[in-house]
Ligand binder design. Structure first.
Ligand code: G3P
Length: 215
C-alpha cells in the first residue's frame, strides 16, 4: 500500500520524507487555509519537494471552470493530480481531463456507486472519506472494500485512495483490504511508529547494558 501524507504543511512533508514513507501528498482547500502565505507558492514548493503524485483541488463548481483551473494547476509540476469533487459537473470535468491526459483524484466519495461512476469517467484515483462516514455511524471501511471489489471485478486502473483517516486502525484495515493508497495525516503517521512495548524493551536493553558495563 502506498502512503500519501494528507497535508499542505511543508515542515510535515519534509519530516515525513526523512523516513522515506511518503509516496505522495494530498491537499484540499481546508488544509491550505491552515497555512500562512500564498497557496500558489506553497503548492509549487510541495510539488518540488516530493517526486510522487500531489493532489491539488479545484474550487470551481462548473465543469468548464474545473477544466480551466486544472490546466493551471498542472503547471505546478508533472506530478500534479487534479482533485475534482464527486458531482455531475465534476464527472464531466474528469471525462474531459482524462481525454487531455490530466490525472484526476475524485474526492468526497461516500458511496460505491459514486466511485464506480468516477472510475468510468476516467479518474486515476477515487477518495472514499472513511472517517467522515464512521462519524455518521456508517462503515467507511465497508466502502473501501466495495470499491476495491468493484475495481478488481472490471479491471479498472483507478486506484482506491483511502482518505479522511483518523487513526492507526484505519491504516491497518485499509492495508488488510488491499487498498492502493492511504492518505494519512502527519500525527497518525507518527503514531504508527510508536509502541509502548518498544520503548519499554529498549529501556530494559539500555539499563542491562549499563549494569553489565559497570561490573
Ligand atoms: O484530503 C481529503 C481528506 O483526507 C480530508 O479528510 O475528513 O480529515 O477533512 P478530513
Amino acid at each position: 500500500m502506498k502512503f500519501f501524507i494528507d497535508t499542505a504543511n511543508l515542515d510535515q512533508i519534509r519530516k515525513a520524507k526523512e523516513y522515506n514513507l511518503i509516496d505522495g501528498v494530498t491537499t484540499n482547500p481546508t488544509l491550505f487555509s491552515r497555512e500562512t502565505g500564498d497557496w500558489r507558492e506553497i503548492a509549487a514548493k510541495i510539488c518540488r519537494e516530493v517526486e510522487g503524485p500531489v493532489s491539488l483541488e479545484v474550487i470551481g463548481l462548473e465543469a468548464e471552470e474545473m477544466v480551466s483551473e486544472a490546466k493551471e494547476l498542472v503547471k505546478f509540476g508533472p506530478n500534479v493530480v487534479v482533485k475534482i469533487p464527486m458531482t455531475e459537473q465534476g464527472l464531466k470535468a474528469v471525462n474531459i481531463l482524462s481525454g487531455l491526459g490530466i490525472m484526476t483524484n475524485v474526492t468526497l466519495v461516500f458511496s460505491p456507486l459514486q466511485g464506480l461512476l468516477a472510475a468510468k469517467a476516467g479518474a486515476a484515483y477515487v477518495s472514499p472519506f472513511v472517517g467522515r462516514l464512521d462519524g455518521l455511524g456508517q462503515s467507511g471501511m465497508e466502502l473501501v472494500e466495495q470499491l476495491t471489489t468493484i475495481f478488481d471485478n472490471y479491471d479498472f486502473s483507478t486506484q482506491v485512495l483511502v482518505a479522511s483517516i483518523r487513526h492507526p486502525m484505519h491504516v491497518l484495515e485499509a492495508a488488510l483490504i488491499g487498498a492502493d493508497v492511504a492518505t494519512v495525516p502527519f500525527s497518525v503517521i507518527m503514531s504508527l511508529v510508536r509502541h509502548p512495548m518498544t520503548d519499554k524493551g529498549l529501556q530494559q536493553f539500555l539499563d542491562d547494558w549499563k549494569k553489565s558495563q559497570a561490573k
